[in-house]
Ligand binder design. Structure first.
Ligand SMILES: Nc1ncnc2c1ncn2[C@@H]1O[C@H](COP(=O)(O)OP(=O)(O)O)[C@@H](O)[C@H]1O
Ligand SMILES: [Mg+2]
Length: 249
């Protein structure tokens, strides 16, 4: 296993009066895709939001490349966490539907205030991953299909080099053929050594992309290991996820 980019040690998160995360331990190695699985309400989204500092951890430690970014007495504000190199694609995608695809990309870039200032080489690379974005470059993002909007949300997160991508349920509500396109695009990102922490219910995507897997239940990580090991063990899938993943392809 390569050196971890991100480590969570015993992370607790409270939302108001509710105690949601109960000691999350998680290691995300560099250059790999780590899948975060688990039932609805297990705490996956809360974990991503805690990593970004959108919720403050009430106990435990969060480290990015060895540096404390959260935990008691060590909480960095969200913009600083983003600045360090972590990009977050929330479930809601966070795109501006009234603005063009181009404007959405410019707004996501720290180093560009106008389209002409976007890094053209990087843009070509992004268009290679998501050809629809080039095609609809000057269209309002609201005109894109659900899958294309998801691609725009991911493209915004990679408009500039980032060391770690956090992506929350990108396939939710998408047709199988669109999911296959997303798997292809994420597969290309992965081959370029992008480190990704991906929350995903779709097991086809989880199995196709995941190197490592962490399964959450009730605010804790209850299993961590190689994705291949979980993919090959239906009894383990049943126990951890309460479903036969082989039947959900
Ligand atoms: N803003 C909130 N206020 C109160 N409870 C919340 C809030 N967000 C999430 N929760 C609760 O925290 C638990 C974990 O939610 P979440 O992290 O969204 O789970 P998942 O992403 O795994 O489905 C759930 O019981 C959910 O109801
Ligand atoms: Mg969620």
């Amino acid at each position: 296993m390569t050196a971890p980019v991100l480590e969570l040690d015993g992370v607790h998160t409270h939302i108001g009066a509710y105690h949601i995360l109960h000691g999350v331990d998680l290691v995300v190695p560099a250059g790999q895709v780590t899948m975060l699985l688990g039932r609805n309400g297990a705490g996956k989204t809360t974990t991503l939001r805690t990593i970004m500092g959108l919720w403050a951890a009430s106990a435990g430690a969060l480290r990015f490349k060895g540096r404390a970014i959260g935990g008691k007495g060590a909480q960095l504000p969200t913009p600083e966490i983003a600045q360090l190199g972590i990009a977050y694609v929330p479930e809601s995608m966070g795109i501006f539907t009234d603005l063009t695809v181009q404007e959405n990309m410019v707004l996501a870039a720290r180093s560009a205030r106008r389209a002409a200032e976007l890094d053209t080489q990087r843009l070509e690379w992004i268009f290679g991953l998501f050809p629809a974005l080039q095609k609809f470059w000057l269209y309002p993002a609201g005109k894109l299909s659900g899958g294309q909007k998801q691609m725009l949300a991911v493209a915004r997160a990679i408009v500039e080099p980032r060391e770690l991508l956090l992506i929350d349920e990108p396939s939710k509500g998408l047709a199988p053929s669109i999911i296959r396109n997303l798997i292809d695009a994420f597969g290309q990102l992965k081959r370029q050594d992008t480190t990704i922490l991906l929350v995903e219910q779709n097991f086809q995507m989880a199995r196709a992309l995941g190197d490592r897997v962490a399964v959450m239940d009730d605010g804790r990580v209850v299993h961590a290991g190689a994705m291949a090991e979980l993919a090959d063990d239906e009894a383990l899938q049943q126990r951890l996820l309460g479903l036969s993943l082989g039947a959900h392809q």
